[in-house]
Ligand binder design. Structure first.
Ligand code: BGC
Length: 297
């Protein structure tokens, strides 16, 4: 039996997204993109440590040497919760372009992949054809894998890491690339599915379960779905208590709970009372993976 709990009500200043479960500190990190905050919510004490930068805060993953790699505007920072002003810039992309980073995740070798999007004049209305998929290798090399997209958003690998999946929120595609874990190269892009906004809302960030199925949330769609990447079919839908859900990740000690963030941006709480909350969904019978850390310097 699936149970949905609103565990952090109305926490977002703007758009809460990018949840990642951090087992070592029993916490969920999620960003407040427009507020520039990385929120570290401790599941036991229910307290939040906030790391703030004056730019878009877009995603965070652990760094193997301690601390986190965070997407901040067009840069990747290595920062710690204890001393956030003492951060290191790992790389910067898209100089001169009207873009920013969106999601990022690491493969098992410790490369971090991250996507960019055109800056928005309002939610989901970006500057077009500016978005790219990048990676930062452990030796510091930045590679552009794909370009010319609108909102390249979120990536996951198949459990055997032979495929990399990417959502392009505008216009609403999930792509699959062949992936070579030895070289970190992507090739042979194909469309897994097309998810029209009019039917689903805007396909947002993504997680993968241990059976290789893709989990997505839909901004303005109020649901999370499980997709079979072999057929592109939605095989399961979980209706959420707010329409503005953004992202999903697996977490909890056994990585068998879903954590789902949402946006409060432009929402009227008398109409959409749970907007901007973070939810826990248990009892799906599915499990996910712990986040891989970045292994560069
Ligand atoms: C971005 C939003 C964007 C949305 C599309 C998010 O990950 O941060 O600004 O509008 O994707 O649903």
């Amino acid at each position: 039996m699936v149970k949905i709990e609103n565990i952090i009500p109305n926490i977002a200043k703007s758009t809460a997204e990018g949840p990642v479960w951090l087992q070592d500190i029993n916490s969920l990190v999620f960003v407040d993109t427009y507020g520039g905050d990385f929120n570290f919510w401790n599941a036991e004490t229910k307290t939040i440590d906030i790391v703030h930068y004056d730019d878009f805060a877009t995603f965070a993953v652990p760094h193997a040497d301690g601390g986190y790699v965070g997407g901040v505007g067009k840069k990747l920072y290595h920062f710690t919760i204890e001393d956030p002003t003492n951060f290191k810039v790992l790389c910067e992309v898209d100089q001169g372009k009207q873009t920013r980073i969106v999601d990022g995740k690491c493969d098992s070798r410790g490369r971090v992949f991250f996507a960019t999007m055109g800056l928005e004049s309002k939610p989901a209305v970006p500057v077009l054809e500016q978005a790219c998929l990048y990676s930062l290798d452990t030796d510091g090399t930045v590679v552009c894998h794909d370009d010319g997209m609108h909102i390249a958003n979120s990536m996951v690998w198949s459990p055997d890491e032979t495929k990399l999946y990417l959502t392009e929120s505008i216009p609403g595609f999930i792509y699959q690339y062949d992936y070579d874990i030895n070289t970190g190269k992507t090739s042979n892009r194909k469309i897994v599915c097309y998810l029209p906004h009019t039917e689903h809302g805007i396909v947002d960030r993504m997680a993968v379960d241990t059976e290789g199925f893709l989990w997505n949330c839909y901004y303005r769609g109020g649901k999370a779905t499980r997709i079979d990447p072999k057929t592109g079919e939605i095989v399961r839908t979980i209706k959420m208590p707010t329409s503005t859900v953004t992202c999903v990740c697996f977490g909890g000690k056994k990585y068998d709970e879903l954590y789902i963030s949402s946006s409060i941006y432009e929402q009227d709480l008398t109409v959409n009372p749970h907007a901007g909350s973070v939810f826990r969904v248990s009892g799906t019978g599915c499990k996910g993976f712990a986040p891989n850390p970045y292994r560069g310097k």
